[in-house]
Design a protein around this ligand. Sequence first.
Ligand code: SAM
Length: 274
Amino acid sequence: MERKRGKLFIVATPIGNLDDLSPRAREVLRTVALVAAEDTRHSAPLLAHAGSRARAFALHEHNEREQAERVVERLLDGDDVALVSDAGTPLVSDPGYRLVRAAREAGCEVSPVPGPCAAIAALSVAGLASDRFVFEGFLPAKAAARRERLVALAAEARTLIFYESSHRIVEALADLVAVFGAARAAVLARELTKLFETVIAAPLADIQARVLADPDQQRGEFVLVVAGAEGEAADATLAEGRRVFALLREELPPARAAKLAAAITGAPRKALYE
Ligand code: SAM
């Protein structure tokens, strides 16, 4: 008789407040044989809080392929396994998709234990259009790549969600103001569910000014929710023209760059030049 396969649970954990661990998450962490954690030392207090005695082992972006094979072997042996990340929902700007795919390809059931996610928590208090939104995760760390990414997103009409760390929040806000414009509505959600939770809803330039004026506002973890483009800013052809213009402008005088960018993208030359 074929042995019963184990189940892989993808378990969301708190993003700050331990009380946000759901009763079902607690139960799953208590009953599985193994917990795959992004960082076992980081997850140890949470597992203790949940009363879990499961064996924890590390599964992070540098060892996910090998560890996925190990987990699949255990699942095929009949053990249930939980995947947790350092905080929030695994796979959301966190490792795990290779493991999920490997488990399913091996014929094992994969089941979500939903719960906290910083992006959704921020969106839920942003007060910006939420019927459609785009999750962009972290912006590139290098300034040129970050700007290029933002230029490519400037005409996006859906609400945009970005993750940001304390190392780059000042630079990211400066680039957002430069590319999306000072007046674009946005919400900066900092340290959600923690002691210093702060939600600032204001035009981008005002958020930037508040963060620059107060070093405390530069600490912690951030989600930036930015309103989608409206009116002329939502013109995708013009946005693409501006992106090409910005690239050509690094090598050519403005008039020549505008002429070529207009020919390549179909955007009006005058608008690009201006
Ligand atoms: N998987 C997680 C989730 O579901 O939200 C996200 C993991 S990602 C590596 C970490 C980033 O999430 C942080 O740099 C920050 O942008 C955001 N984040 C996590 N916890 C947060 C919190 N309590 N408040 C604001 N942002 C948070």
